[in-house]
Ligand binder design. Sequence first.
Ligand code: SF4
Ligand code: SF4
Length: 219
Amino acid sequence: MDKTEKTEDSYASTRMNFPDDESKLRWLPMLLDAYAIIDKGIALAIRNEEHRLDKKLACRRGCSNCCSTHSDIPVYPLELVGIYWFCIEKITQPVRNVIIGHLSGFEKSMPCPFLVNSSCSIHMLRPVSCRQFNVFGKTCEEGEDPYYTRRDDVLTPLEEYTKQAFSVMLPFYGITGETDKIYAIENGLIHAHVRILQALDWKELAKRMEEFDSKKASF
Ligand code: SF4
Ligand code: SF4
């Protein structure tokens, strides 16, 4: 899913920062913190697996068959808020109009609507599930889901990082106390909120992007 080529430096995760937005949007710092933890866990897991399998990560920029093949990408409400914000406020032309077109006409059987010119247009805000899907050895064939064709080549994320990242996101769902957080993580309560990206009606986002553009033009 549109990976940036991994280098030694990328094993140390860098948190994305949007200081102005983060001061206004209370949910944004927790989402960015969570993604930084996920990215760090992935980088470490990739390093371990490359060593164990004696195979290199196959995912790289511009490789995107998985974004067309996968039909059940999990996405959580906080992630959706992030995607809405990023698309409405941050994505610029000419990609913006392409995405609006994809979202307006999106149907379940289509490739992910955020895939533009073989790249993820929401790369910074792509969901955890996209961040964690990594494949070793060779790149995926068109239509291949390596989870079923060669499970051994698919990265198994480090559970402790996934749990830590989801724990950071819990206040968005009203879970704030440390004991409650531990209980929620150990019992997978957050998964009750999961949605499937392809099953969502994306027309609303297209409409919100257009409304934002009209408002901006009228100033
Ligand atoms: S190798 Fe497969 S999982 Fe990795 S980016 Fe390419 S298509 Fe996606
Ligand atoms: S959000 Fe869509 S385009 Fe981006 S990585 Fe995930 S599946 Fe691919």
